[in-house]
Each structure stands twice: as structure tokens, then as C-alpha cells.
Ligand binder design. Structure first.
Ligand code: NAI
Length: 472
């Protein structure tokens, strides 16, 4: 009787996003014969059609806007214009370089990249289908699911890849539309609103909730809203996007209901950014006895183990925020667990960053959430408007707020809205992980002049003795 001969690995990781590729590298470093299955390119959504390309376009559009606005500082631009094709080439150069970097790390660490789409085919088996339709069955001892998430499609707005697009489409526009509707005033919608509004596109944001960025405190979201209004963005809040109709003039009409009243906007392109759904529907989970919940999420324990033997799951398909750095942390812990090491996910501070202008960055609960607990709080808030470095950078919007426990002074949360918030939040994360008090932060010498001084100033404020601000 012929015995089946298939490639077999100690561990297979399904998906090469920031959860999967980090996990695969670690597994190989722990001495396991490891493969990572991905149809490619390596790096998943984050690297290829998410975090990295969006930051490239955010930066490029800021360069354009700053050059345009430079006259007050004595910088006068001549024939300033946007060449979208070149901007896209520059962006793609970055993603390609990073993706091939992961390939290099795989090679250097001994991870086998199996190119194709993987589907579970019972315990210990995965069927991989290549781009040419050919299939290969591979075997595993342990499996880590890291298949990520995809944009949600809503009724009336079927994606066509041209005029009704998701974030992937919006990151690949090779020409600037005149007008754009963005459905969803969340993280993706507003980062891309900023990009295209800065490049001169007339953007209308259609947000179903009463306000944009409702996952943040209202005063944290407000500077972003105000700056977008100043840029010429139209915001429809409490607005239901009903349907998109393609018009004979080549444009698209978006019918909306705002506060019960019908309204409509005519645009060239509609970006739908109303959230993402875990990629678990076509994975063959049932073949290993796994069930995702109705949102597509797979339950895991604090070592990222699923309820199926020898199967772990990380990143967007598991409970918690859909963030690249959360996925990578999951990936590291899962690899330790797969390798039989004593480990557990024990994160105190998960930073949350939005790359709008100004940027938003937070760790810990919102102020509203903390106040709802009834806990007695100390709050220190310092506005960038009073900071020398912020003035010299022409970036005085926003503030740092530190919230600590009134009795113990332990820092519970930090909210930053302002330029460089994405960088400033690192020290706040460290403060929470190290169980720092506001006194620790206030006593730490912060270099002058820096944006980071706002952290120290907010800490002084929380302690009741602000230096460069008057007592609240
Ligand atoms: P989101 O959850 O951030 O925002 C979706 C928004 O759409 C919400 O404000 C919601 O009220 C609104 N909405 C939902 N249905 C709607 C409808 N039918 N009409 C109008 N508005 C509607 O989702 P988003 O922006 O798609 O991002 C998905 C996830 O990707 C985020 O939750 C985040 O975890 C991740 N992400 C993180 C980034 C970062 O860390 N900088 C950047 C991009 C994405």
C-alpha cells in the first residue's frame, strides 16, 4: 500500500501579516521546523495595503500641504503640484522593500514560505492552492492561524474597485478624483480623508454615529474634526448612507439620511471604511472542530490557544483591537506557547494611534470610561499651545492628558492629541507597564525644547502644581 508523502513541518503559520510573520520567525528561532503559508506578498495587510502605504501617503500629502502653506514662514514654492503616479511609485517602493525584507528574515531564520491560499483539511493537514490552481497538502504538528481581516461591505455599496472602493483601493488611486465620499468617520476613513483633502480633493465624510471617532473622548477627537473642517472637509454626522447610484455623467450619487431627512452628495469616488471582519469564513475551521462567533472571531486563552488541540490563533481573528502591534505581540506569545515555554499574554498598555492631523495616541481607558467607574481621579492636562517647540513646528493644536488614581497616583491612562502623538505615546506606555506615578513622570527631566515636555507638564498639572500653565 502506497503511503502518502507530503511536506511536514513542526509548526505552520497560516498568514504572514504582523502576527503571522513575527510568530514564524520566533518559532524557527526556537528550533522548530517552520513554514508560513501566504499567497504573498509577505507582510499582510499592514505592510502591503494598510499601515505602511497609508503612512507613506500621509507623509507625502503633508509635504505638499506644508510646502503650499509655507509662505507665512518665508518658504515660497513655485510650480507646486501633485503627481499621483510618482507618489504611488514611491509608496510601492517602500512596501516592496519591506516585504522582501521579511523574505530575507525568513531565509535567514530558516522559515519556509509556502506560496498559496491555505485551507484546513482536518487535524494536521492543510491544502494549499497556488495562483495556478495547483494544490499541495502539507502537514503540521502545531498550527497558528494568523489570517487577519478584510474590509466590511455594506448593502447599497458593493465594491467595484473603481468608484466604490475599500481602503486597498483608496491607497492605490493613480489619479486624484475631484470629489470623494468617505463612509465611516473611524480610523481608516479619517486618515484617508486627511490624505485626499490635503491633496485638494473635496471630501465628504458620512458617519452614522453622532460624532466621528466615537471610540475616543470627545475632546480628543475634536481637534481632528476642527482641522478637517478648516481643510474644507464636509462632515455629515448621525448620517445613514443609504445607497450609491452610478450616474450617466460618470459620477456617483450617494443618498444619505441625516437626522431623518434625505440628503445626497455627488462624487467621483466612494470609500467605504465602516470596519473590518476577521478572515475566518472560508478557512475550513469545522474540519478541526473550531467555530468562530457571529462576528468571525475565534476564542483563545491567554496563551493564544484555541479550543482545538495543537491550534493557536493570533491578531485580527482573535478578541481585542485590530492593531498590527497587538497581532505581533500575540504572535510572539503564541510562538513561546507552541515551543512549550512558560508564557502568557499580559499587556497593561496597548497603545492606540490614529495618524490624522493632529495625531491621536492613547493608552488605557478613555476619561469617560474611567469617570463611569466612579473611581477618584487626578487629571493633568497640558495644551501644546503653550509649548515653545510646538510653536516653532507650527503645530500648537491639541494636548496631553494624564489621568492617575487619586490615592495611589498610579498612572491609569494617557491621551494625546497633537503632532508627534504617535511617538510621544511610547513613554506613556512605558509608564503604565512600569506602574509609574505622575510624580515619576514629573520628576523625569525631559529635554527642552521638545513636544515631550507636554508629558512632564501634564504630570505637574496632575500633581496640582503646573509650571507653565495656571491651576485649573
Ligand atoms: P472603525 O471601527 O475605526 O470605524 C468605522 C466607523 O464607521 C465608525 O465610526 C462607525 O460608526 C462608522 N459606521 C459603521 N457603519 C456605518 C454606516 N453604515 N454608515 C456610516 N458610518 C458607519 O473602522 P475602520 O476605520 O474601517 O478601521 C477598521 C480597523 O482597522 C480599526 O478598528 C482599527 O483597529 C484598524 N486600523 C488601525 C489603524 C491605526 O492603528 N492607525 C489604521 C487603520 C485601521
Amino acid at each position: 500500500m502506497a503511503t502518502e508523502s507530503i511536506r511536514t513541518f513542526d509548526a505552520i503559520v497560516l498568514g504572514s501579516g504582523p502576527g503571522g510573520y513575527v510568530c514564524a520567525i520566533r518559532l524557527a528561532q526556537y528550533g522548530l521546523k517552520t513554514a508560513c503559508i501566504d499567497k504573498g506578498p509577505l507582510g499582510g495587510v499592514c505592510l502591503n495595503v494598510g499601515c505602511i502605504p497609508s503612512k507613506a501617503l500621509i507623509h507625502a500629502s503633508k509635504v505638499y500641504k506644508k510646502a503650499k502653506d509655507g509662505a507665512a514662514m518665508g518658504v515660497i514654492a513655485g510650480d507646486l503640484r501633485v503627481d499621483m503616479a510618482t507618489m504611488q511609485t514611491w509608496k510601492t517602493g517602500i512596501t516592496q522593500k519591506l516585504s522582501s525584507g521579511i523574505g530575507g528574515l525568513f531565509k535567514g531564520n530558516g522559515v519556509t514560505h509556502i506560496v498559496g491560499v491555505g485551507k484546513l483539511a482536518g487535524p494536521g493537514r492543510i491544502v494549499v492552492t497556488g495562483a495556478d490552481g495547483k494544490t499541495e497538502t502539507v502537514g503540521y504538528g502545531k498550527l497558528v492561524l494568523a489570517t487577519g481581516s478584510s474590509p466590511i461591505e455594506i448593502p447599497g455599496f458593493a465594491f467595484d474597485g473603481k468608484q466604490i472602493i475599500d481602503s486597498t483601493g483608496a491607497l492605490a488611486l493613480s489619479e486624484l478624483p475631484k470629489a470623494m465620499a468617505v463612509i465611516g468617520g473611524g480610523v481608516i476613513g479619517l486618515e484617508l480623508t486627511d490624505v485626499y483633502a490635503r491633496l485638494g480633493v473635496q471630501v465628504t465624510v458620512i458617519e452614522a454615529a453622532e460624532r466621528i471617532l466615537s471610540m475616543f473622548d470627545a475632546d480628543v477627537a475634536r481637534p481632528v474634526y476642527q482641522k478637517q473642517i478648516k481643510l474644507g472637509v464636509k462632515h455629515l454626522q448621525g448620517a445613514k448612507a443609504l445607497a450609491a447610484t452610478k450616474l450617466p455623467n460618470g459620477r456617483v450619487r450617494v443618498d444619505v439620511e441625516v437626522a431623518g431627512k434625505p440628503d445626497a452628495v455627488e462624487v467621483d469616488v466612494v470609500l467605504v471604511a465602516v470596519g473590518r471582519r476577521p478572515n475566518t469564513a472560508n478557512l475550513g475551521l469545522a474540519t478541526v472542530g473550531l467555530v468562530a462567533d457571529k462576528r468571525g472571531v475565534i476564542a483563545v486563552d491567554n496563551q493564544l490557544k484555541t479550543t482545538a488541540a495543537n491550534i493557536w490563533a493570533v491578531g485580527d481573528i482573535t478578541p481585542g483591537p485590530m492593531l498590527a502591534h497587538k497581532a505581533s505581540k500575540d504572535g510572539e506569545v503564541a510562538a513561546e506557547s507552541v515551543a512549550g515555554k512558560k508564557t502568557a499574554l499580559d499587556v497593561v498598555a496597548m497603545p492606540n494611534v490614529v495618524y490624522t492631523d493632529p495625531e491621536i495616541a492613547t493608552v488605557g481607558p478613555t476619561l469617560a470610561e474611567l469617570q463611569a467607574t466612579g473611581r477618584k481621579l487626578k487629571i493633568g492636562k497640558f495644551g501644546f499651545g503653550a509649548l515653545g517647540r510646538a510653536m516653532t513646528a507650527n503645530a500648537t493644536e491639541g494636548f496631553v492628558r494624564i489621568i492617575s488614581d487619586e490615592k495611589t497616583d498610579l498612572v491609569l491612562a494617557v491621551q494625546i492629541v497633537g503632532a508627534e502623538a504617535s511617538e510621544l505615546i511610547a513613554s506613556a506606555g512605558l509608564a503604565l507597564e512600569m506602574a509609574a506615578t505622575t510624580e515619576d513622570i514629573a520628576l523625569t527631566v525631559h529635554a527642552h525644547p521638545t513636544m515631550a515636555e507636554a508629558m512632564m507638564e501634564a504630570a505637574h498639572g496632575a500633581m496640582g502644581h503646573p509650571l507653565h500653565a495656571l491651576k485649573a
